[in-house]
Design a protein around this ligand. Structure first.
Ligand code: SF4
Length: 365
C-alpha cells in the first residue's frame, strides 16, 4: 500500500525524504505542495523528474483521490466523487457563489441515519472520516479553484473575478457530522487556523443529534448551525427521519436555539418540500400542506432563524415527487405571513445530481 504523505507529521516526512537519500529541504518543498492540495507528484515542478516518478510509484499525496468530476452546465458547481485509501467513496461539492467559494464536505462514508429522502443512507454507514480526510476535501476544491484561475475562467455569478480561495465551508455532505463530532471539531479548528476560514463562514448541518449539539455548545466557537427539520410534528418527522424516535423535535430545537443564542447567530432550518404520487397519479403533498405551514410557524415564530425551503430534488430510488410551484409558494407565504424568515433555496447543479449521495450511489451500482 502506498504511503500517504499528507498524513505524515513534519518529522515523519523529513525522515521519509532522508530514507530516500534526499536532502532535507525536499521535505519542505513537498509539504508546500501538499498544503496546496497537489493531486499527485507530477505537478511538483520544482522536484527533479526522476524523483517525481519515484514518488508517484511509492507514495500518494492526499488521503483521497478524485474518481469523477462533474461540472454543472452554468460552470458554477463542481461535484467530486472521491475515493479514500480503503476504497470507500464520498462526495464533495464546490459552489462558486456571488459571496465566495463554498465547499460542502462529507463527514462519514455513508450514513446510518436512514432519512427517507436521502441517497447517502441507502448503503448504510461504512465509517467515520478522519480529520485529514475531511480537510483534504477542501484541498481538492482549492486545487480546482487554482485551475480556474489559471484557465482565466469567468467565475462568479455576479461577474467578480475569483480570488481562487475557498471562503465558506458547509458540513452537509454524506454522513451525520455530529456522529463524528470529535473529528468534525478537529477539522473546523484546522480549517480556521491553517486556511484562515472564519468561524462565521462555517456551517454544521445535523439531523438533530441532541448530545452532539450540546457538545458544540460546550466547545463554544461561533459557527453556524443548520437543523434538517423537514416536518413540524413528531408523528410526521419520525416517519421521514427515524432519528426523531430518539431525539424528539422540540428537544432538537431547544438544543439548537440554545447553541445559536449563545453567539447571537441565526439558526438555519432546512426543510425539504416533499410530495408523494397519489392514486390518480397527481402529486399529493406530504409535509408541505397549508396546515403543516401553520404548525411550522407555531414552532418557529419569534425565534432567530431562517427557514430554507428546498423543493424535492428527485433521487431515483426514493418514492417522492416534487410539489408544484404553487404549493411551494403557498407554503412560503404562510410562513412569511406568520413572521417566520423564509427563502426558497435555489437548486444548484441539478444537472449533475448534486443532492447528497446521488453520485456515490450511481457509481457503486
Ligand atoms: S440527510 Fe444527512 S443525516 Fe439524513 S441520511 Fe442523509 S446524510 Fe444521513
Amino acid at each position: 500500500m502506498k504511503k500517504i504523505l499528507f498524513n505524515m507529521t513534519d518529522a515523519e516526512l523529513a525522515q521519509f525524504v532522508e530514507n530516500m537519500g534526499l536532502p532535507r529541504f525536499r521535505a519542505k518543498q513537498i509539504r508546500e505542495w501538499l498544503n496546496r492540495g497537489a493531486p499527485d507528484f507530477s505537478v511538483m515542478k520544482n522536484l527533479p523528474e526522476k524523483l517525481r516518478d519515484d514518488l508517484n510509484a511509492n507514495a500518494q499525496t492526499l488521503p483521497l483521490r478524485v474518481v469523477k468530476e462533474l461540472e454543472s452546465s452554468d460552470g458554477q458547481t463542481t461535484k467530486f466523487l472521491l475515493e479514500l485509501g480503503d476504497g470507500e467513496q464520498i462526495e464533495c461539492v464546490l459552489m462558486r457563489t456571488s459571496y465566495g467559494n463554498s465547499v460542502c464536505v462529507s463527514s462519514q462514508a455513508g450514513c446510518a441515519m436512514g432519512c427517507k429522502f436521502c441517497a447517502s443512507t441507502l448503503l448504510g454507514l461504512k465509517r467515520n472520516l478522519t480529520v485529514n480526510e475531511i480537510y483534504a476535501q477542501i484541498l481538492v476544491a482549492q486545487w480546482e479553484l487554482r485551475n480556474d484561475k489559471l484557465s482565466d475562467k469567468p467565475i462568479r455569478p455576479n461577474g467578480d473575478a475569483n480570488n481562487g480561495d475557498v471562503s465558506h465551508i458547509v458540513i452537509m455532505g454524506t454522513g451525520e457530522p455530529l456522529q463524528n463530532v470529535e473529528n468534525v471539531i478537529g477539522f473546523i479548528e484546522r480549517a480556521n487556523s491553517d486556511m484562515g476560514i472564519g468561524w462565521r463562514k462555517i456551517t454544521v448541518s445535523t439531523c438533530g443529534i441532541v448530545p452532539g449539539i450540546h457538545e458544540l455548545t460546550r466547545w463554544g466557537r461561533p459557527i453556524n448551525l443548520a437543523i434538517s427539520l423537514h416536518a413540524p410534528t413528531d408523528e410526521l418527522r419520525s416517519k421521514i427521519m427515524p432519528i426523531n424516535n430518539k431525539y424528539h423535535l422540540q428537544d432538537v430545537l431547544d438544543a439548537a436555539f440554545e447553541f445559536s443564542g449563545l453567539h447571537n447567530r441565526q439558526l438555519m432550518i432546512e426543510y425539504i418540500l416533499l410530495a408523494v404520487r397519489g392514486e390518480n397519479g397527481e402529486p399529493e403533498l406530504l409535509n408541505c400542506t397549508p396546515e403543516y405551514a401553520e404548525k411550522l410557524s407555531e414552532l418557529l415564530r419569534g425565534q432567530n432563524c431562517m427557514v430554507n425551503l428546498i423543493p424535492w430534488n428527485a433521487v431515483d430510488e426514493r418514492d417522492f415527487v416534487s410539489p408544484s410551484g404553487n404549493a411551494v409558494h403557498r407554503f412560503q407565504d404562510i410562513l412569511i405571513k406568520n413572521g417566520v424568515h423564509t427563502r426558497i433555496r435555489r437548486e444548484r447543479g441539478n444537472d449533475i445530481g448534486s443532492a447528497c449521495g446521488q453520485l456515490r450511489l450511481k457509481h457503486k451500482k
